[in-house]
Design a binder for this molecule. Structure first.
Ligand SMILES: Nc1ncnc2c1ncn2[C@@H]1O[C@H](COP(=O)(O)OP(=O)(O)OP(=O)(O)O)[C@@H](O)[C@H]1O
Ligand SMILES: [Mg+2]
Length: 283
């Protein structure tokens, strides 16, 4: 894919999706908390190679508190790598990443661990511990933070599993769950500490359309209740639409486009428009 690089169509003010404009396809409407001017993720000149292959080339990206930003793009375009870099799971070859005001290059291991308790991550491949029960998997980040009693942890685990429509699975092992159930357990785990910033890597892959819509509505509802900031990778543009304020389209190792859906549909680049076309999967 070739293209014009970052489009200048992105406006400085994030678009706020009002509830009345954002029907969830499962029939429920989740309200939204407004975005603020505080930048919670600030990425400058981010560059990453695997061997000789440049996966991300001078990426600049700012996300404000309270935004829900969708990341889309072809398979292999670097979406998951971008998220892993922003969570500190990979170290970039060049560039600066500030997460919740902290420069990942400058913090020590202790500060990094403390920062991780403020961040949630839903992995693309579930990444559940297969030797732990579902309940222990969901509880894991809360236990690591070490500030809650066993009773508080147990109550929170039940609450988070109920939120993803899995009220009775905490004593099961991950290999007793379907792929979609594992995805939802991953969501419950990512939310357990009420993180300020949550990365969702393909949270609805392998889920049926109804559950997928529910998951995007849950993302939206969670943002509203906790005023968190969400970065959501997905190929499911139709179902992510009601949740996202704006989008980044990654391609050719760059941010090929960033802006709202309206910006995308006004673009004269057919590649951009194709990604946002309703009911047509181009990815
Ligand atoms: N650990 C790794 N070692 C070597 N190459 C890697 C590694 N992780 C990712 N890559 C490469 O980086 C590129 C981007 O991968 P990434 O997983 O970010 O793609 P993606 O956009 O998330 O794709 P998908 O939509 O299929 O999930 C791919 O070419 C991939 O092969
Ligand atoms: Mg990926």
């Amino acid at each position: 894919m070739s293209g014009p690089g970052t489009h200048p169509t992105h406006s400085d003010e994030p678009t706020r999706v009002m509830p009345s404009l954002a029907p969830a396809t499962d029939g429920h409407m989740a309200p939204r908390a407004a975005a603020s001017s505080e930048v919670v993720l600030d990425v400058r000149g981010l560059t990453h190679y695997f061997g000789d292959v440049c996966v991300l080339d001078h990426i600049d990206l700012q996300v404000r508190a309270g935004e829900i930003v969708g990341i889309i793009g072809p398979g292999g375009s670097g979406k998951s790598v971008l998220v892993k870099l922003c969570c500190g799971l990979l170290t970039p070859d060049a560039g600066q990443i500030l997460v919740l005001g902290q420069d990942l290059r400058e913090i020590d291991e202790k500060q990094r661990q403390a920062l991780r308790t403020r961040i949630g991550l839903v992995f693309q491949n579930y990444a559940l511990f297969d030797f732990m029960t579902v309940g222990d998997n969901v509880a894991f980040p809360m236990r690591q933070r070490g500030q809650a009693t066993p009773e508080e942890i147990s109550a929170r685990v039940q609450e988070r599993l109920a939120e993803v429509d899995l009220p009775k699975v905490q004593h099961l092992m991950p290999n007793e769950l379907s792929g979609g159930m594992k995805k939802r357990v991953g969501l419950a785990r990512a939310n357990i500490n009420d993180p300020e910033l949550i990365f969702f890597d393909d949270p609805t892959a392998g889920l049926d359309p109804v559950t997928s819509s529910k998951i995007f509505n849950l993302i939206r509802r969670t943002q509203a209740q906790r005023n968190s900031t969400c970065i959501v990778i997905s190929h499911d543009i139709d179902r992510m639409r009601p949740a996202c304020d704006r989008y980044l389209l990654l391609a050719d190792s760059k941010i090929y486009f960033q802006g709202t859906e309206r910006d995308a549909m006004a673009s004269d680049d057919p590649v951009v428009r194709d990604f946002f076309r309703r009911d047509e999967g181009v990815q």
